[in-house]
Design a protein around this ligand. Structure first.
Ligand code: XMP
Length: 318
């Protein structure tokens, strides 16, 4: 029978044998899969594993700093690369959801290629691919693989794509990855984290993206996610987040008439993201979230809750 301990033991031995003292590059996303893959490889080859964690400027509030700090505490050899400006500049004025995804995938490839060139004489590219990733086209685990073809079909593959590929989790399902992560001593909080899309807040800001909109949505999202944690609801939800709508509506604050933005909160139950139901969150909770968001986030005067299931709606709005 399969056990996480036995898996770790045999995989570490295999990785040592296969990689020897060659250098490996791995892109960390903050998600469960890349984190577990990194810790496993680190156990096998230590400092020969070079991790790269890119801030695309579209992560949750404080996520880059907090997660980078956690990675460093795990002893990983990790470089944090703040490329926010590069991503946000490239996205300027773009409203089309698929074009936004392409731009983000393309910039990620360029940034990752630049960084991987700085790791001299790297021989391997490690990926946190898990078994379902190899079957499904839609994956919540992030990564730019879907966009590589369209971005580089003229100029040829980026150099890091020519490295030998190592995917230590490729035979595992998500629950097995979590069990392996627990055996490796990764904190429950990281292993139980909701999925978060690779393009991040870009596909939760409907229409064009500006720095101001990102800042507003980060505040709203943080209130909602921290609220779920404080009310003990986080683990009842498969994925949650907020959408910034391209809508202004009239409100009133004191004696003043306002004309400001609207956000939609979304929380779903699911097993794999392919189908999903909206979560019946307590009214008192929704009431508190709505009050907090409108009172604390300048620029937002209306909050709605999304009660659409997938299908026919999708989880993200773009
Ligand atoms: P939808 O909106 O298609 O989302 O119901 C299903 C799951 O996939 C995630 N998602 C993405 N993940 N890149 C990603 O890495 C993307 O472009 C992308 N689009 C959606 C979404 O967050 C949900 O978990």
């Amino acid at each position: 029978t399969w056990t996480p301990d036995a898996f770790v033991e045999t995989t570490v031995e295999e990785l040592k044998k296969e990689i020897g003292s060659e250098k490996v590059i791995l892109g960390l996303s903050g998600g469960v899969d890349s984190t577990v893959a990194a810790v496993l490889l680190h156990k096998a080859i230590g400092k020969h594993l070079h991790c790269i964690f890119v801030n695309n400027g579209l992560l949750r509030k404080n996520e880059f700093e907090e997660v980078l700090d956690q990675y460093q505490h795990m002893g990983l050899n990790v470089k944090g690369v703040d490329a926010s400006a590069r991503f946000l500049d490239a996205l300027e004025g773009e409203e089309d959801p698929e074009k936004k995804r392409k731009i983000i995938g393309g910039v990620f490839i360029d940034v990752f290629d630049d960084e991987s060139h700085k790791v001299e004489d790297a021989k391997w590219l490690a990926q946190g691919t898990i078994y379902p990733d190899r079957i499904e086209s839609v994956s919540a685990s992030g990564g730019p693989s879907a966009t590589i073809k369209s971005h580089h079909n003229v100029g040829g593959l980026p150099d890091y794509m020519k490295l030998k590929v190592v995917e230590p989790l490729k035979m595992l399902f998500k629950d097995e990855v979590r069990r392996v992560g627990a055996t490796l001593g990764i904190a429950d909080e990281r292993l139980g984290r909701h999925p978060f899309p690779g393009p991040g807040l870009a596909i939760r800001i409907l229409g064009d993206i500006t720095r101001d909109k990102v800042a507003i949505l980060q505040e709203v999202d943080a209130i909602f996610i921290n609220g779920l944690r404080e009310w003990g609801l986080y683990d009842d939800v498969w994925q949650a987040g907020a959408m910034l709508l391209p809508v202004h509506s009239v409100g009133v604050m004191g004696d003043e008439r306002t004309y400001e933005k609207c956000v939609a909160l979304r929380a779903v139950e699911s097993t794999d993201g392919m189908t999903a139901d909206w979560v019946n969150l307590p009214y008192e909770f929704l009431q508190k979230m709505s009050n907090d968001i409108i009172n604390k986030v300048p620029g937002v005067n209306r909050v709605v809750y999304d009660i659409s299931s997938k299908p026919p709606a999708t989880i993200e709005w773009e």
